[in-house]
Design a protein around this ligand. Structure first.
Ligand SMILES: Nc1ncnc2c1ncn2[C@@H]1O[C@H](COP(=O)(O)OP(=O)(O)OP(=O)(O)O)[C@@H](O)[C@H]1O
Ligand SMILES: Cc1ncsc1CCO
Ligand SMILES: [Mg+2]
Length: 277
């Protein structure tokens, strides 16, 4: 357990960044999968951000330069959706707009693996995946991964070295979700221990926390590591608070969103559990 002073410091950082999201209401473009759109948009709205699920390649040259941050998620990737993702990522990289990549089920196929490798090459600010996704993406071959679907078959702590390697080779901040959420720039490693296991039984909680990371990075561009830690901690605390009222995954989904919307400084500070690893 980290010292009280360290916890208090993290509590202040997390609250400061969350307050900025509420104050600035950053416009977050999400090019995401069909499963996650609803939960992702509602997560962003309850956190105070402004979501826009604008996907069409025809709209990207007009729209993407005006967003505060972009979230790209390959969950239901197709040959027709990939060019829009690449175009939007290129615009963000050129215009210094932060963007975040969620490599959902990166090992599902060679097409998806190659697409994720290409997107990582377009310099995302943050890459957030579950442990199996980050382990697969950090290796250079598709064969290395056992998990082919969207759920992790690894513990997040098993992915620390893979996350550091991916951060060093890509230049991105890498976040791994799980019982302990891990965030690294390739050197420092921070663990956020909030959340409840039942969050894994609600589809798209991972996708939604990636979008929340985009909202936090949008308001603190120069400190993407802390922003990613803060977003993961806030979402985890909302899960813990929601769990007090939930009867199962469906009601947890509802109560998590309510808890995120109503989260106040004192409650956040007393729940945040972040340590350097
Ligand atoms: N065992 C656990 N204990 C506490 N929180 C957890 C646990 N597992 C996952 N979480 C939390 O659940 C959320 C989703 O993480 P998860 O690793 O399930 O993402 P994912 O596999 O990418 O999900 P999806 O693909 O369905 O969006 C994160 O906020 C994470 O911190
Ligand atoms: C279940 C599922 N399939 C493709 S994307 C997605 C949402 C969780 O990642
Ligand atoms: Mg996922």
């Amino acid at each position: 357990m980290e010292s009280n002073t360290e916890q208090l410091k993290w509590g202040k950082t997390v609250w400061k960044q969350f307050s900025q999201v509420r104050l600035q209401s950053p416009l977050i473009q999400c090019i995401t999968n069909f499963v996650s759109m609803d939960l992702m948009a509602n997560t962003l709205l309850s956190a105070g951000a402004s979501p826009a699920m604008v996907h069409s390649i025809e709209e990207i040259p007009d729209f993407t330069p005006r967003v505060t941050a972009l979230c790209i998620n390959v969950g239901t990737l197709s040959p027709s959706s990939l060019p829009a993702m690449i175009t939007a990522a290129k615009i963000c990289s050129q215009l210094n707009i932060p963007w975040v990549l969620d490599p959902v089920a990166v090992s599902a196929s060679a097409f998806r693996f190659d697409a994720c490798v290409q997107l990582v090459g377009l310099k995302p600010t943050v890459v957030r995946g579950n442990a199996s996704e980050i382990i697969a993406l950090s290796s250079s071959s598709l064969e290395a991964s056992a998990a082919k679907g969207t759920d992790s078959t690894h513990d997040s702590m098993d992915a620390v070295e893979a996350a550091k390697l991916l951060a060093r080779t890509s230049g991105a901040i890498v976040a791994v979700s799980g019982a302990t959420d891990i965030v690294t720039d390739g050197n420092q490693v921070v663990g956020a221990h909030n959340g409840v296991a039942l969050m894994q039984k609600i589809t798209a909680t991972g996708c939604s926390v990636t979008a929340l990371i985009a909202a936090f990075v949008a308001v603190d561009k120069t400190n993407a590591l802390d922003a990613a830690v803060s977003a993961l901690a806030v979402f985890g605390v909302a899960g813990e608070l929601g769990m007090k009222m939930a009867k199962g995954p469906a009601s947890l989904r509802m109560h998590l969103i309510d808890a995120l919307y109503g989260l106040d400084e004192a409650t956040l500070q007393s729940h945040v559990n972040i340590t350097r690893l």
